[in-house]
Design a protein around this ligand. Structure first.
Ligand SMILES: *Cc1c(COP(=O)(O)O)cnc(C)c1O
Length: 407
C-alpha cells in the first residue's frame, strides 16, 4: 500500500533539524519545477547552487542511464574508469595534479583540512597544526568543518570541537596578519562567501592572503564547493582572484544533484595522503563520476561560461530595475550566477519574507543569512525564464512592500 505523503509526514518521521516549506516538488525540467498540485515554479535557487545544468538535463539523464546499466559501485581496491577519467579532466583544467573523491562538500573539506594538517606534520612537525579561517564562512556540517566554519551557531552544543582553529574577519588583512604564525598549517577561505552573504574576496586581500601563507609556510585552501564548476563564469572562481591555492574543494554543481565531492591538490601536498591515511566507501563512485564528467564537459565550454556572464548582467539589470521602483535593496553583488541582493535596513532580518512571497508567486529563490536574497539558478537557464522569474519576483516584492506599509 502506498501512503499519502504530506508536509505533516515530515513532522512525524524526520529529525526536526530542517523546517521544509509545504511545497512538494515532484518533477523538474530545465529551470521549471512542478509540485504535487501541478503548480509551476521558476527555479532561481538550483537546490542551493547545485543543479547547474537544470533539472532532468537530457544529456545527464542519458549518461546516468548508460552508467547504471554498466556498473554502479566499485570499492577503492579496484581501478575505477569513470573516477580516473574525471580526475584526469579536473587536473588538466585546474592548477591541481591530484584528486581525492568524496560524496559531499563537507567531506571534501574534511579531506582538505586533514591533508593540510598531515602535510604540516610531515614537513614541519606536530606543532604546526593551526588552521586559520574566516568569520561568516561555511565549510559544511561535520564536527571539523563546523569548527573551521566561522558561524558560532553551528558549533553550539557540539563542543568540545577540534582544537587549533582561529578565525578573523574576511577581507581584513590586518587581522589575518595578527593571527597567522609559523604554527599555522593552512588558511581556509571561500573565494566568495556563499552562506555568509555573497561577499566576494577583494583581489588585493586574496593576493595578500597568498603572500602571508607563503611567508609562514602555510597552505592556502580554497573552498569552492559553492563557487566552483562554472558558477562564477569561470570553471573555478580562483581563476578570477589572481591567486592559486594549494588545495581546493568542489561539490554542489559538480554532480548537478548526484552526490559527489572532490578535493584537488598539488602533487607536493597530495603526497602526504600516503596509503591508508584517508578514505571513503562511496567517494569516487562510478555513477557519480560518470555524471560529474559530463557536467564538467558541458560547463567548461565558451558557450556556457560566456552565457553565465550574460545571464549575470540580465539578473543585475532586472534586480536594479525592481529596486528603482521599490527601493528594497541596499546592494546587489556577486559573481556570475551567484548573486546576492542585500535588503535595506527596513527589511533587515526579513529576507525570508521575500523568499516566502516569491514561492507564492511561483518562484524559488534563496537567502544567504537573514538580510540577503540569493540567486543561484541553472547556468543555462533560458533568458525567458529569467525574465518571467524576475516578473514574479517583482510581484512578490510589491506584496511584501504593501504588507509592510499597511502594518
Ligand atoms: C554547501 C557548502 C558546503 C557543504 O557542502 P555539503 O555538500 O552540504 O556537505 C561547504 N562549503 C561551502 C562553501 C558550501 O557552500
Amino acid at each position: 500500500m502506498t501512503q499519502e505523503i504530506t508536509r505533516a509526514t515530515f513532522d512525524e518521521v524526520m529529525v526536526p533539524n530542517y523546517a521544509p516549506s509545504a511545497i512538494i516538488p515532484v518533477r523538474g525540467e530545465g529551470s521549471r519545477v512542478w509540485d504535487k498540485e501541478d503548480k509551476e515554479y521558476i527555479d532561481f535557487a538550483g537546490g542551493i547552487a547545485v543543479t547547474a545544468l537544470g533539472h532532468s538535463n537530457p544529456t545527464l539523464v542519458d549518461v546516468m542511464r548508460e552508467q547504471a546499466g554498466k556498473i554502479w559501485h566499485l570499492s577503492n581496491v579496484m581501478t575505477n574508469e569513470p573516477a580516473l577519467r574525471l580526475a584526469k579532466k579536473l587536473t588538466e583544467k585546474t592548477f591541481a595534479d591530484r584528486v581525492f573523491f568524496a560524496n559531499s562538500g563537507a567531506e571534501a573539506n574534511e579531506a582538505a583540512f586533514k591533508l593540510a594538517r598531515r602535510y604540516a606534520y610531515d614537513h614541519f612537525g606536530p606543532e604546526k597544526h593551526e588552521i586559520v579561517a574566516f568569520y561568516k564562512s561555511f565549510h559544511g556540517r561535520t564536527l571539523f568543518t563546523v569548527s573551521v566554519g566561522g558561524q558560532a551557531k553551528y558549533k553550539e552544543g557540539f563542543e568540545p570541537t577540534p582544537a587549533g582553529i582561529k578565525h578573523c574577519d574576511y577581507n581584513n588583512i590586518e587581522q589575518l596578519k595578527a593571527i597567522i604564525s609559523d604554527k599555522t598549517c593552512a588558511v581556509v577561505m571561500e573565494p566568495i562567501l556563499g552562506e555568509g552573504g555573497i561577499i566576494p574576496a577583494d583581489l588585493e586581500f586574496a593576493k595578500q592572503v597568498r603572500e602571508l601563507c607563503d611567508q609562514n609556510n602555510a597552505l592556502l585552501v580554497f573552498d569552492e564547493v559553492q563557487s566552483g564548476v562554472g558558477r562564477t563564469g569561470t570553471l573555478f572562481a580562483y581563476e578570477q582572484t589572481g591567486v592559486t591555492p594549494d588545495i581546493m574543494t568542489s561539490a554542489k554543481s559538480l554532480g548537478n544533484g548526484f552526490p559527489v565531492g572532490a578535493m584537488l591538490a598539488t602533487d607536493a601536498v597530495a603526497k602526504s595522503f600516503t596509503f591508508g591515511t584517508h578514505g571513503s566507501t562511496y567517494g569516487g563512485n562510478p555513477m557519480a563520476c560518470a555524471i560529474a564528467e559530463a557536467v564538467v564537459d558541458i560547463i567548461d565550454t565558451p558557450e556556457v561560461l560566456e552565457g553565465v556572464k550574460k545571464r549575470h548582467d540580465l539578473f543585475v539589470a532586472g534586480l536594479n530595475a525592481i529596486d528603482q521602483k521599490y527601493h528594497v535593496f541596499k546592494e546587489i553583488r556577486g559573481m556570475g550566477l551567484l548573486i546576492g541582493a542585500e535588503v535595506v535596513d527596513q527589511y533587515a532580518g526579513n529576507a525570508g519574507k521575500f523568499l516566502a512571497a516569491a514561492a507564492e508567486e511561483g518562484l524559488f529563490v534563496l537567502v544567504a543569512g537573514p538580510d540577503v536574497l540569493r540567486f543561484a539558478p541553472s547556468l543555462i537557464i533560458p533568458e525567458q525564464d529569467i525574465a518571467e522569474g524576475l516578473a514574479r519576483l517583482e510581484k512578490a516584492i510589491a506584496t511584501v512592500v504593501e504588507q509592510t506599509q499597511a502594518a
